[in-house]
Design a protein around this ligand. Structure first.
Ligand code: ASP
Length: 328
């Protein structure tokens, strides 16, 4: 009798362990596609963003995720999703990229961007450009239509123009917010570099990053965002990464590639590698910033060592989330 009871109990335990809650199943199931975005890391807290501002940011980030979702759902490539999601953020004055780019110390807007394909490690970048409406689209043209990886300044601008990329007058990039940020750099430093990483239905990864750089930077200063390996990296065998933060540190520490190298050569998971580089290595150097990343199995990581980072993700199962602060 007692023996039968034990058998019954063991059987019941076995059955219940096969019926784990669906959240566990979701975590281990590879999504058909996935996309992650960031809109910059920095001093982003509940205290310095009003509820109405917060709503504006959340709405815009959700719109971007919805665009990415529809591209990937309909069979678009990760490169298309990355470019178009970044275009949408570049067109918004909310972020420090494209329209909302910050000013140099001489009162100009000089923008950097890069994009990379995980299929073949092909990459393209533009640096220090002043008249390209959407620098990420110019970066993609450099990748696909030139024999180079990076073009800078007027050369990048005339190439983009010849490729049919939309050009604008430098005045297009003037926004009151960025101008105020330059006048009063310590009180209202503007963050908002934008980035996107995606995994498409074909298993291909892509990453892209676009920025106006850092407020009050020297004329001609190039940050990490257009530097392949620092601001952007993608490799189908590991992951796709887009960085945001104090660019000089991200260049010196080759942040995006460092994460993929830890995965490739040390066998670390994306989360382990990303946490180590951002929360230990960079933090110990007092280097502020964060990254978004997605691995070849659709796992996502979004660590940052600042009070906040505008970020969000969407998965093929419909799961979509937008977050701003640390405690989310
Ligand atoms: N990483 C960018 C740069 O240094 C700035 C940022 O992400 O906030 O140009």
């Amino acid at each position: 009798m007692k023996f039968n009871l034990i058998i019954l109990l063991i059987a019941a335990m076995l059955v219940s362990s096969c019926n784990e809650p669906s959240s566990t199943a979701k975590e281990t199931t590879k999504p058909e596609y996935a996309l992650v975005i960031h809109g910059g890391a920095g001093y982003i807290t509940k205290d310095n963003i009003s509820p109405s501002k917060e709503k504006i940011y959340v709405t815009k980030l959700r719109d971007v995720l919805q665009l990415g979702d529809s591209i990937l759902k309909n069979g678009g490539t990760s490169l298309d999703a990355v470019e178009q999601c970044i275009n949408m953020m570049e067109d918004s004055p909310l972020f420090n990229a494209g329209k909302g780019a910050v000013f140099t110390e001489t009162g100009e807007n000089e923008m950097d961007a890069s994009i990379m394909s995980g299929i073949d490690n092909n990459a393209g970048a533009v640096a220090g450009v002043k008249t390209i409406k959407n620098p990420i689209s110019a970066a993609r043209k450099v990748m696909e239509e030139s024999k180079h990886v990076m073009l800078a300044g007027v050369g990048a601008e005339s190439f983009a123009d010849s490729m049919g990329v939309k050009m604008v007058e430098p005045e297009y990039f003037f926004t009151e917010k960025s101008w105020k940020s330059l006048q009063n750099i310590r009180k209202s430093d503007k963050h908002g570099t934008v980035g996107c990483v995606a995994l498409d239905k074909y298993g291909n990864l892509a990453a892209g990053t676009s920025t106006g750089g850092m407020t009050n930077k020297m004329r001609g200063r190039i940050g990490d965002s257009p530097v392949i390996g620092a601001g952007t990296y993608a490799d189908n065998t590991t992951c796709a990464v887009s960085s945001t933060g104090h660019g000089e540190y991200f260049i010196r520490n080759v942040v995006a590639y460092d994460i993929t190298a830890l995965m490739k050569y040390k066998g670390q998971s994306l989360e382990e590698a990303a946490q180590f580089v951002i929360m230990e290595k960079l933090k110990s150097l007092n280097a502020n910033g964060g990254i978004i990343a997605i691995d070849k199995d659709g796992n996502i990581s979004m660590p940052f060592n600042t009070p906040g980072m505008f970020r969000g993700f969407v998965l093929s199962d419909g799961n979509m989330e937008v977050m701003l602060y640390q405690e989310e």
